[in-house]
Design a protein around this ligand. Structure first.
Ligand code: GTP
Ligand code: ZN
Length: 197
């Protein structure tokens, strides 16, 4: 995938989503026609369109803007807040991503905000945290051709907090390391920057 035109049209079907939410309310024993719920199916459909907007976004568009500043050392943006949706239970998981890379031989970099936008593209989809982490890393490898990439994601999963095992506060940490970031010393430097709050 190189540009938005090549993506299938995956914009959310609002009417279909609203009908499904109405069915869900009926299934749990609610009355979707009572005053407080009357607008809820349409409202939830719009909310889902926002929460899953990443399905119709292409990381190539986000990382299309690069500039050559000849910087060859590590660049790390940390504590990028994220909200995603667990694909198993369709409830949120939220936390932070730390995204770092070492530019390629040409020293080309992307704008710092683009790293946060890249996180959004993949977070706003039904996800598991491991895939979210590796997709961010692999998109950077594909589009920036950097020497190395490190992505660390730390999240609390509401499916573990509000239901199921009910362990609020448990945080899941995942990482994806590519290229020169695999070197022990480089990785240690990146991790010390991530952990140094
Ligand atoms: N590896 C991984 N697991 C996840 C993620 N989000 C949710 N899960 C887990 O997915 C699993 C689904 O397990 P199932 O046994 O099929 O579903 P369940 O009966 O609802 O499981 P419980 O949550 O243990 O009640 C659970 O253990 C969740 O904690 C994620 O991002 N990565
Ligand atoms: Zn879950």
């Amino acid at each position: 995938m190189t540009n938005a035109e090549e993506l299938p049209d995956r914009r959310v079907d609002l009417d279909r989503a609203a009908a499904a939410v109405r069915e869900l309310l009926l299934a749990v024993g609610e009355d979707p026609d009572r005053e407080g719920l009357r607008e809820t199916p349409a409202r939830v459909a719009r909310a889902y369109a926002e929460v899953f907007a990443g399905l119709s976004q292409d990381p190539a568009d986000v990382l299309g803007t690069t500039f050559d500043i000849g910087h060859e050392e590590m660049i790390l943006v940390k504590d990028i807040e994220l909200y995603s949706t667990c694909e198993h239970h369709l409830v949120p998981f939220h936390g932070v991503a730390h995204v770092g890379y070492i530019p390629g031989v040409d020293g080309r970099v992307t704008g710092l905000s683009k790293l946060a936008r890249l996180v959004e593209v993949f977070a706003r989809r039904p996800q598991v945290q491991e895939r979210l982490t590796s997709q961010i890393a692999d998109a950077l490898v594909e589009h920036l051709e950097p020497r190395g990439v490190l992505v660390v994601v730390e999240c609390e999963h509401l499916c573990m907090s509000m239901r199921g095992v009910r362990k609020p506060g448990a945080r899941t940490v995942t990482s994806a390391v590519r290229g020169q970031m695999r070197d022990v010393a480089t990785r240690a430097e990146a991790m010390s920057l991530v952990l140094g709050r």
